[in-house]
Write a protein that binds this ligand. Structure first.
Ligand SMILES: [Zn+2]
Length: 86
């Protein structure tokens, strides 16, 4: 019989692949912000939108008509990397 305790790994938050928290990094650094691809159907353009400061959503706007798009980051998150704004 094994006396080893069973370790329970609790995984919460986003299942980000290849990402990970930026440990000890001051926020506000350019280049390191996570982003997702957003296709704006209003103008048929594709662009990136970036995660907001609070890490609660990805926010951006259409480069042509400046329509705002937001993808909330919820518990459980999403593994999708592409979104459409209709
Ligand atoms: Zn647009």
């Amino acid at each position: 019989m094994s006396d080893e305790p069973s370790y329970i790994l609790e995984i919460s938050g986003l299942p980000e692949s290849g990402g990970g928290a930026n440990e000890g990094q001051p926020s506000g650094q350019a280049g390191g912000r996570p982003w997702i691809g957003m296709h704006f159907e209003c103008c048929g353009v594709y662009t990136r939108i970036y995660r907001n400061r609070d890490g609660t959503a990805y926010e951006g706007h259409c480069p042509r008509c400046h329509r705002v798009a937001r993808v909330k980051i919820g518990a459980g998150g999403t593994s999708h990397r592409m979104f459409r704004a209709e």
